[in-house]
Write a protein that binds this ligand. Structure first.
Ligand code: ADP
Ligand code: NA
Length: 344
């Protein structure tokens, strides 16, 4: 009867957006609230070491971390039910990452698609096929799936809730765990299960062939959880759609409209069919107005709570410190065991 240990992370690279909210945060809250037993452990980390893989500014990063903590708490993450902490405050993440680096073939990492997508964004490259490892790639962006594996394996996690953009990295994490266990003939790491968040991947409002992302340079491509009603309305109105008449769901042919239908469906709990039935005779502009209304309405109470917590920075910092202390205890114990096994 193995203890259930859940780990997930979010990067402090900017304000969380609707994709993070529907694809991660809402499921973090429900996992936290539906724990089956007292012995279950849930860790949610603000993964600041990962944030170093894209260009940033030190002051922005510092601010971003507090801001993300505030937003997680405002969305219902409860520090009495889970550990919430900054990754860099638990040095064992970096330490285990090095150890794992030493057993991972480069080929495993070059098959990952995320670094290619990020490079594509940063350098504005048309086709992902034109990207290979010689393109001027920072080592950190290439090896961050190893750090991600370390994040998860450090706590001997059994469950990892993520959006479908991270499924490939989870698979890699299992391969790494398996390889380590075999190499040292010890069952150190459980093979962590992906808890696939049922929400659909939310796409960029600018270019619906890409996911909505904090790291996109185009501010209007995403709706941040802190956007004002006016900003939300402007961004949704500007969202790329097509000139077909009426509202229909077809992610391949009408990705922009289908993305808005997904957002509407996620926020209202209506199925895709119900949304389409309700709006099939609307034009794009009218449908966009309805989506806008639903998003504004849903975010309002969260934004109120954010305002409140912004005035309680001392409390928020305490929560993070307490989380880091508890995470460090487990991490140090596990890292010691690993050091012994590999001869350090
Ligand atoms: P980003 O790529 O925007 O920087 P993170 O890497 O911090 O986001 O991801 C945090 C969580 O949010 C992950 O579980 C990821 O699967 C989820 N997520 C990120 N972007 C989206 C999206 N557009 N749609 C659904 N889920 C997403
Ligand atoms: Na990501």
């Amino acid at each position: 009867n193995q203890k259930r240990i859940t780990f997930s992370g979010i990067q402090p690279t900017g304000i969380p957006h609707l994709g993070n909210y529907l694809g991660a945060i809402t499921s973090w809250v429900s996992l936290q609230n539906n724990q089956s037993s007292e012995s279950e452990l849930i860790l949610y980390s603000i993964v600041d070491l990962h944030a170093l893989t894209i260009p940033k500014d030190a002051e922005m990063l510092r601010k971003s971390k507090i801001e993300i903590a505030i937003i997680l708490l405002a969305c219902g993450i409860n520090p009495k039910k889970c550990l919430i902490f900054e990754q860099s405050k638990v040095p064992a993440h970096s330490e285990l990452s090095w150890i794992l680096n030493c057993i991972i073939p480069i080929g495993w990492l070059s098959r990952m698609t995320q670094w290619k997508t990020k490079i594509q964004e940063q350098k504005n490259i048309q086709s992902i096929e034109d990207i290979d490892i010689s393109i001027g790639l920072d080592l950190g962006l290439f090896t961050y799936p190893v750090l991600q594996a370390a994040d998860i394996l450090l706590y001997k996690s059994t469950h990892v809730p993520v959006g479908d953009d991270q499924v490939q990295h989870l698979e890699l994490t299992r391969n790494i765990a398996e390889k380590f266990n075999k190499l040292y003939k010890k069952n150190v790491f459980p093979l962590p299960q992906t808890i696939l968040v049922p929400a659909k991947r939310i796409l960029s409002l600018k270019d619906p062939s890409k996911k909505m992302s904090k790291s996109s340079p185009f501010e209007y491509s995403r709706i941040n959880l802190t956007d004002s009603p006016k900003e939300i309305s402007q961004k949704i109105n500007r969202a790329t759609t097509d000139s077909q008449k009426g509202i229909s769901y077809s992610p391949d042919i009408r990705p922009g409209i289908s993305n808005l239908i997904n957002i509407y469906s996620s926020f209202t709990g209506l199925t895709i069919e119900q949304v389409v039935n309700k709006y099939k005779n609307y034009d794009n502009k009218m449908f966009k107005d309805s989506v806008t209304e639903v998003v504004i309405q849903h975010l309002q109470p969260i934004q109120k709570e954010i305002e409140k917590l912004r005035k309680e920075e001392g409390y928020v910092k305490n929560v993070l410190e307490d989380g880091a202390n508890k995470a460090n205890e487990i991490a140090k114990r596990n890292l010691n065991e690993i050091y012994k096994i590999i001869g350090l």
